[in-house]
Design a protein. Structure first.
Lengths: 124, 299, 142
């Protein structure tokens, strides 16, 4: 199932709704790159609130997305990692050291707004 | 749990069944109720058991136990006794009664009753034997139920207390918006450290914290398991968008961490709790108005 | 609650099915939400090895009990794929991410209480994991 990607000014928001298969993750990466390029986005938020498991494949893929979008001039923020998921990721050894994270969508937008030094329209 | 009277159908070749013997036993116990209860209560005091209770309380409980005892012998049903034993345990545990006291009084009752049987049947050794054969299994079962219930209840209370202490000793405090403080006191073991991490991460979500100050001034030493948990707590908090400041890191513990290969440069450590809170406010450094995020310099 | 749950692993959607079923079983045993997540994540790791390297395999879930009355979930992930030549290296945590030959085994091992692996070249791989419930004893039975 494709992950919906919304545009909010200079920022894209990808909201993951359900458990992702590996295929979904690869599709997401492709879709993000397409959209970032098309809109010359400067930031992208990936919201993983709905994910109850983030295994090594998903984590590596999200890191990959963050690296690739950065090369295109867009900063990625992963938001919504749940307490149990954060715990499991750390036990698994997935640290996301070079990827920005924030608590939720609101925080993610605030962070990007601060970094991009331009106002983003209030989140819907 | 209802039960049929023990050995109700066995005969021992003398024309009386165990049931008959028990009936005789029961009427003996009823007939001598006053005297035997008093003797038991007296022996309890002599043995200095149940000192947490008054004489009157001891006698009242002794009466209840005695009557329940007789009822079990009579009906074979232990349900009433179990209910009473549970009830008794709930009442006397908070008074500080110990396991050995409960076992002690139950055994004393068994002795008191046994001796009265010796006295009654002393002229007929064979009959005494048959009466004791009927009495002993029932008496032992009763002792087990009373003592066992007490032990079970006691363990349940201890577990509850331990849980409460664990909760109390790792409170996650919200003192300011977006700032959580976690003061840790006492020795940490792996289980407690893990519980702490889970509590903190849930606290970050619930309080939408951006900075967490973990104060370990009150922690004397940590081992590698706990050190790892601490590092993992910092990393997991970061995944949830919160940065962590550790305060009260003694030079002992710092040394332990270094020896264990923990990269202290990744850990934001500040001397004491007050300093940690100030650093946290510096990090937060913005007016929170509807999620606006002003840079620190712009305040 | 069935005694045993077998899930055929042939596509990555099956990996999701397997871990959701495990989470459900774990919930019935009252494993904490954190432990459920750890178990589901471990299953994701080992089941993915099946789809990536062996094309197809099977995950079997079972409720198990130990001598002290504890219950737990046992997971057996088996395939007849190419097998692992150097198990020792596969279990080594070489890097913080993707260590152990990229099979995610050292990470998965950290998430569970018991971990066993059997594998040989051309003979497939079987991984067995157990996650025990942490709930204290329910009480003394008299």
């Amino acid at each position: 199932m494709a992950v919906p990607i919304l545009k909010q000014g200079p920022v894209l928001i990808a909201s993951i709704q359900t458990a992702l298969t590996d295929t979904d993750v690869l599709q997401l990466r492709e879709d993000v790159m397409t959209q970032v390029t098309r809109h010359r986005s400067r930031g992208i938020i990936v919201d993983v609130t709905a994910l109850d498991v983030m295994d090594s494949f998903v984590s590596r893929s999200l890191r990959g997305i963050a690296h690739m979008t950065r090369l295109r001039g867009a900063e990625t923020v992963i938001v919504g990692i749940q307490p149990e998921v954060a715990f499991a990721m750390v036990q698994l050894g997935m640290k996301f050291e070079d990827v920005q994270t924030a608590l939720d969508l609101e925080e993610g937008l605030a962070l990007l707004q601060y970094q991009l030094k331009e106002p983003l329209d209030g989140g819907g | 749990m209802a039960d049929t009277p023990p050995e109700a159908t066995s005969t021992d070749g003398h024309g009386e069944t165990s049931a008959d013997l028990l009936k005789e036993l029961v009427s003996h116990l009823r007939a001598n109720r006053t005297q035997l209860r008093e003797e038991w209560a007296r022996r309890i005091s002599e043995a200095q058991l149940l000192i947490a209770l008054t004489q009157e309380e001891i006698f009242n409980e002794a009466t209840s136990v005695y009557d329940n005892y007789v009822e079990v012998l009579e009906t074979g049903s232990v349900e009433a006794l179990q209910d009473y034993a549970r009830n008794l345990s709930e009442r006397i545990i908070p008074r500080g009664v110990e396991v050995d006291e409960v076992v002690g009084i139950v055994l004393l009752l068994r002795d008191v009753l046994a001796r009265s049987l010796f006295e009654k049947y002393q002229s007929d050794f064979k009959l005494l034997n048959r009466v004791l054969n009927a009495y002993e299994p029932a008496a032992n079962r009763i002792s087990n139920i009373v003592a066992g219930n007490f032990v079970g209840e006691r363990e349940r209370v201890i577990r509850q207390q331990q849980e409460a202490i664990r909760e109390l000793s790792t409170p996650v405090l919200q003192v300011r918006e977006r700032l959580l403080i976690l003061p840790i006191i006492g020795v940490l073991d792996g289980q407690r450290a893990r519980q702490l991490t889970e509590q903190l991460l849930r606290g970050i979500r619930a309080n939408r914290a951006k900075v967490v100050v973990i104060d370990i001034t009150g922690v004397p030493t940590i081992d590698s398991t706990v050190a790892n948990h601490l590092v993992q707590t910092v990393e997991a908090s970061r995944l949830m968008g919160a940065s962590v400041i550790i305060t009260g890191l003694s030079s002992d513990i710092a040394q332990t961490l270094v020896t264990l290969g923990v990269d202290l440069s990744k850990v934001n450590a500040v001397g004491d709790l007050q300093g940690g809170i100030e650093e946290a406010e510096r990090l937060l450094g913005y007016e929170v108005t509807q999620g606006d995020y002003l840079p620190p310099e712009g305040r | 609650m069935e005694a045993e749950s077998r899930i055929a692993i042939e596509s990555d959607a099956d990996v999701v099915t397997a871990r959701q079923r495990a989470r459900q079983l774990a919930g019935e045993l009252e494993l904490s939400s954190t432990d459920q997540t750890l178990l589901a994540t471990a299953i994701s790791e080992v089941a993915r090895n099946i789809t990536t390297y062996a094309t197809r395999g099977e995950v079997t879930l079972r409720v198990v009990h130990d001598g002290n009355g504890r219950s737990g979930i046992e997971v057996v992930a088996a395939d007849h794929g190419p097998g692992i030549e150097d198990i020792e290296r596969a279990l080594q945590d070489g890097f913080t991410t993707g260590g152990g030959l990229g099979l995610g085994l050292p990470g998965a091992r950290r998430l569970v209480d018991e971990f066993e692996i059997e594998s040989a070249p051309r003979q497939g791989t079987t991984v067995r994991l157990v996650k025990w419930s942490r709930a204290a004893d329910r009480g003394v039975r008299v």
